[in-house]
Design a protein around this ligand. Sequence first.
Ligand code: NDP
Length: 459
Amino acid sequence: MPTKTKKNHTEQEKVEKYLDYILTIVKRRNPHEKEFLQAVKMFLHSLTSVFIKNPKYMEHNILERMVEPERVITFQVPWVDDHGKMQVNRGYRVQFNSAIGPYKGGLRFHPSVSTSIVKFLGFEQIFKNSLTGQPIGGGKGGADFNPKGKSNNEIMRFCQSFMTELAKYIGPDIDIPAGDIGVGKRELGYLFGQYKRISGQYHAGVLTGKGLSYGGSLGRTEATGYGTIYFVDEMLKDADLSLEDSTVVVSGSGNVSIYAMEKAISLGANVVACSDSDGYIYDENGINVETVKKVKEQNSDRIHAYLKEHQDAKYFSDCSGIWSIPCDVALPCATQNEIDRVEANQLLVNGVKAVAEGANMPCTSEAIRVFQTHDILFAPAKAVNAGGVAASALEMAQNSSRISWSFEEVDTMLQEIMKNIYTNCVQAAENYNHSGNLVIGADIAGFTKVADTMIEHGA
Ligand code: NDP
């Protein structure tokens, strides 16, 4: 064996051992945090070549610091329901990494929210925010509160109680939450109102995704879904494919799904299915997004209500069945771990050409392996759905300078940001001999900026 190759092998073994050691620490410290361990494991898997080429990261113990949140806050959220009964939920804010800017990341209200979920989301957020090219660190939060079936007043009282505690830890230059699953315009309005009352100051920049009348940005509502499609468009073009006339399946029917469908349709795609956590609809004539908006955004109804206006469409009561529909492009835009090996194989057999993660970690590592080993184009969440937080940072910029940009201005910046993210992921993958692997490209491009900054800041 030539000496150089032997040396490379030794270096590789050393790095792999080190990455295994990091994973062991994370497992020991967080033994029951399934989703967080999953996210860290998948991320470490991408870093071998970057650590071989840059021993400084190991010398500075960057990873040991990166996998440990700077701060984890949990708190009691007491609130009174409409029957006068006291209810208690648990609130969370994980301030994961502030190397390149103040903590930034959404709030999720869903019964499944736990330390593990919030930490996985916060960890991913560090690298996603880094990829946007904007000066924002990573954080995430939420509560195990189920907004479904609650009255408007109950939602308001919950949000007020949640913010009463959260307000101690956030601020326009400290930590700037936004929405996520279960937290939209209405909840952000109540949260902002309470923050204003408690702080006695009008800090427009303390939350993003706000209503337009009090500091919100045009284009923010659409940004994650539109950004997803801008990224997919770049990826398909690079492979001589196009969204035009392609068949697209999108899971979920919330904020990300609705605007991903809207933009895909505007580029000529035929979107045939979407879902909610109860089931999915299939409309071979093409999903009518205005009806989905009416059902979900205006009436907070279940997705099967779509059939009232489109009798030709079909409803199936198992949301995971959506991946059995043949499509060219699959966009999981609902929640984590929606696509495992079985669903991935189903998509593969049905001829899928590209899969892009609109939601956070919707594909398991086994599913990603299926796509990658069969040369299906695959785009990871931290790059694909970064448009949401990118537009949030644009909202912060407008709040600081007390101006408002037009929808077109924000949308043009968003397109530019998504193009840059795509190019940076492709280039990072190429630079480290993983051409075409956008998972590794996104992880490396996101990681190096944060890691280099941490070294500059010292221990
Ligand atoms: P919403 O609450 O607006 O919508 C979520 C959608 O997913 C709903 O249709 C919901 O159905 C469905 N859903 C939730 N859980 C499941 C499940 N277990 N199986 C099937 N469907 C399910 O959330 P968003 O659209 O904002 O977020 C979706 C994903 O995108 C999340 O992973 C989020 O972290 C990620 N994301 C969101 C960003 C944003 O700007 N909003 C930014 C970046 C990432 P139901 O109504 O039945 O609950």
